[in-house]
Write a protein that binds this ligand. Structure first.
Ligand code: HEM
Length: 116
């Protein structure tokens, strides 16, 4: 069962890398471009792997801080909500969107690492 947890952590970290990559891509996008759909893929991967890690905790004998995971989930839902809104509408992404999404990703990395 420990392999399953490690596999999920591996995918969870790749999901974080996708979101950081999307931040860098979005910063270099032409003004007026719609939001890259990769934001949605990265957010979905984080949601699925994060929830699976949490739900499988009794089987993997992992001990997590539920308040921390709850806040990470809320932050991720804001990321996913914003990404979904702007990807579906295909309107030009506003200037504040990329720094906001990037800041929320960094917030979740900070929560994951420093809240022990
Ligand atoms: C933008 C979204 C997210 C980012 C960037 C992120 C980032 C990270 C990072 C960097 C770690 C590794 C921390 C370490 O090993 O010290 C981690 C671990 C973890 N994350 Fe997330 N996370 C996100 C969303 C979520 C969500 C929504 C959940 C579940 C509700 C979640 C659940 C977990 C769990 C359970 C671990 C511990 C894995 C383990 O070591 O067994 N994450 N996350």
């Amino acid at each position: 069962m420990d392999f399953v947890r490690l596999l999920l952590v591996f995918l969870h970290l790749l999901g974080m890398a996708i979101l950081v990559g999307m931040f860098l891509l979005s910063r270099r996008a032409e003004p007026g471009s719609p939001l890259n759909v990769g934001w949605l893929h990265g957010a979905a991967l984080q949601l699925v792997t994060g929830l699976a890690l949490q739900l499988l905790a009794p089987l993997t004998h992992a001990h997590y801080i539920n308040a921390k995971l709850g806040i990470k989930l809320l932050v991720l839902l804001v990321i996913a909500g914003l990404a979904l809104t702007y990807v579906i509408r295909r309107v030009p992404a506003p200037k504040w969107l990329t720094p906001t999404l990037g800041g929320l990703v960094v917030l979740n990395v900070g929560l994951a690492v420093f809240w022990t």
